[in-house]
Design a protein around this ligand. Sequence first.
Ligand code: DX5
Ligand code: ZN
Length: 219
Amino acid sequence: MDVTISPSILNCDIANLASEIEKVRNADYAHVDVMDNHFVPNLSWGLPVVEAVIRQDILPVDAHLMIEDADSWAPAYAEAGCASVTFHAEAAVAPIRLAREIRRQGAKVGMALRPATDITPYIDLLPEIDMLLVMTVEPGFGGQSFLKSMMPKIRRTRDAISTANLQVAVQVDGGINRETICLAAEAGANVFVAGSAVYKAEDAYSEVEALRQLAKTHC
Ligand code: DX5
Ligand code: ZN
């Protein structure tokens, strides 16, 4: 399975976004966390900052929308040129309609599940999306500890995708580092978001490469 590394810029030096993204130019995407202080108890940035990152044209943007009323807000991120737009299942009223709209605007579609949200009610939606994000921390902040208890959910998701013969990626986000990436890869994840592990490392570029190698070999 292809391994994708998507560093989260949430806790990088945001006054120097372009050079911070430049540091991880060997990654597949820049993971950009949008928070509205309603869906999660934190506020980051919105569309203008995401558009600025897209304009820098260093890496394709993987937008993770931790916002209420995804149905209204998410399509604009696709229209702006994000390569991938992930909305939370808990924040979407009509997820199929929304997924189709994001696709129509030319982006890949991701759907995220908070730790307490089960995959079972969403299995029939898998053909509508390109990526299912299993949160491995409670969304809202970087630097939290990886929830090992999410491994069965990753397995169930990967099994459902294989059973349906689909090509849906499984992303994990939260607490991913050199140890936890192995557990997540072994459980069936293939897209890895890492914030602090990459930006707190001495050399972010080498950390991306190290994480990629570990995920490929399942450690
Ligand atoms: C958390 C965000 C993450 C966060 C990950 O809600 O979705 O993308 O930045 O940060 P780490 O890797 O530090 O857990
Ligand atoms: Zn995220």
